[in-house]
Structure formats: structure tokens, C-alpha cells
Design a protein around this ligand. Structure first.
Ligand code: ITT
Length: 196
């Protein structure tokens, strides 16, 4: 019972592995596949489909793709689908977080609301596809990094309900309230226990 996930992001992969604990989850690097699909879509759903479709075409295997990002209210929903490339084409997580904090420098605390969003697309050989979407618990963007866990924007995404940033949560805690968990729960419901 194996599932190939069309991602080169090790942070995503770790979380997906933990959430889908009864399936053997492989990333592109585990399968020796180059991670070079261009994300030309304008929505999370389009990009998830583009990644799943391309890798399933190349391998003939069932493929799951995750396209996700951070939506900040004060920035009109940016960086959104550009979250990975916010500070430039090959930006590091650190550079993206720096750019976000710089853009929010003069925004007061009560206007720093944000959420993560995640689109999942699963494509079977033969072309059947299942698509889902999920959002995280509400958050605010704090003005400095807090915590060591997670990846991406986790160190500055503070969840008031829990009094912690996503980086101060354990993976188990984050996986209860994350956009990725919500999208994968919806996916399991659509699969209704059917084997992959
Ligand atoms: P793949 O396309 O290979 O899956 P990627 O990192 O390019 O990897 P995306 O295009 O979906 O993935 O961009 C998602 C970006 O949004 C990612 O780089 C993070 O910076 C951010 N992000 C998504 N989920 C996150 C999470 O749970 N915690 C923190 N940041 C997250």
C-alpha cells in the first residue's frame, strides 16, 4: 500500500506521512524522480492538479500532490500561491519569512490575521481524480520568529486559540489543526476507506 507524493518539500512529506500513518508514503526524491514541474496555475487547486497530473503521466502510479500557502488579510490574501516564491524564484524559507515581516512592519497586531490553505489532488492511473481543500485554524503573523519545529512560515504563524506558533507546537499538535490535515481528512472521506 504505497503512495507517491509529487513533492520535493520534506516538511510537507513528513506531515503527510504522519497523518496517513497506515500507508507507505514516498516523496519524489525517494522514488528518484526529478522535482521540476512548473507551477503555472493561479489557484492552489490548479497547481495541485498540474503537479499530480505531470508525475502520474511520467510514472503510471497513483499520485497525490499538495499545493499550499499562506494568506494574509492585510496583504489581500498574498502571498497565496506564491508563498514558496515570495522573496524570489529560489527563495529559502528564511528569506520568505523576512520579506513577510518587512511587508507587515507597520501593520498593527489586530490587523495581522492570516490562515494557511491547502489543495490536495489525487490522480489514479486511468485518470480518475479526487480533489479536496482545507484551511488551518486562524492565526496572526507575529513580528519575530518563535519556535524550532515545522517549516516555511510556521515560526511566525501564531494560533491565538493555542497560545503558540506552529513552530512551538509538536508535529502531533500542528497536525490536529493544520490546513494539510483538513485537506487529507476530506480526501479520506471521499475515498471512503477504498484502498489506494
Ligand atoms: P512542492 O511544490 O514540491 O510540493 P513547495 O515548497 O514548492 O513544494 P508549494 O508550491 O505548495 O510547495 O508552496 C508552499 C509554500 O507555502 C511552502 O514553501 C511554505 O513556505 C508554505 N507553506 C505551506 N504549508 C505550510 C505549512 O504547513 N507551514 C508553513 N509554511 C507552509
Amino acid at each position: 500500500n504505497k503512495l507517491l507524493v509529487a513533492t520535493g518539500n520534506q516538511g510537507k512529506l513528513k506531515e503527510i506521512r504522519e497523518i496517513l500513518s497506515d500507508i507507505e508514503v514516498l516523496g519524489l526524491s525517494d522514488a528518484g524522480i526529478e522535482c521540476d514541474v512548473e507551477e503555472t496555475g493561479t489557484t492552489f487547486a490548479e497547481n495541485a492538479y498540474i503537479k499530480a497530473f505531470e508525475i502520474s503521466k511520467r510514472t503510471g502510479l497513483p499520485v497525490l500532490a499538495d499545493d499550499s500557502g499562506l494568506e494574509v488579510e492585510a496583504l489581500g490574501g498574498r502571498p497565496g500561491v506564491y508563498s514558496a516564491r515570495f522573496a524570489g524564484e529560489h527563495a529559502t524559507d528564511d528569506e520568505n519569512v523576512k520579506k513577510l515581516l518587512a511587508e507587515l512592519k507597520d501593520v498593527p497586531k489586530d490587523k495581522r490575521g492570516a490562515r494557511f490553505a491547502c489543495a490536495m489532488c489525487l490522480i489514479f492511473p486511468g485518470g480518475r481524480k479526487i480533489e479536496t481543500f482545507g484551511t488551518s485554524c486562524p492565526g496572526i503573523i507575529v513580528d519575530r520568529k518563535r519556535g524550532e519545529n515545522g517549516f516555511g512560515y510556521d515560526p511566525v504563524f501564531f494560533a491565538p486559540e493555542y497560545g503558540k506558533t506552529f513552530s512551538e507546537m509538536t508535529m502531533e499538535e500542528k497536525n490536529k489543526v493544520s490546513h494539510r490535515k483538513a485537506a487529507l481528512t476530506a480526501l479520506s472521506e471521499k475515498l471512503k476507506g477504498e484502498r489506494l
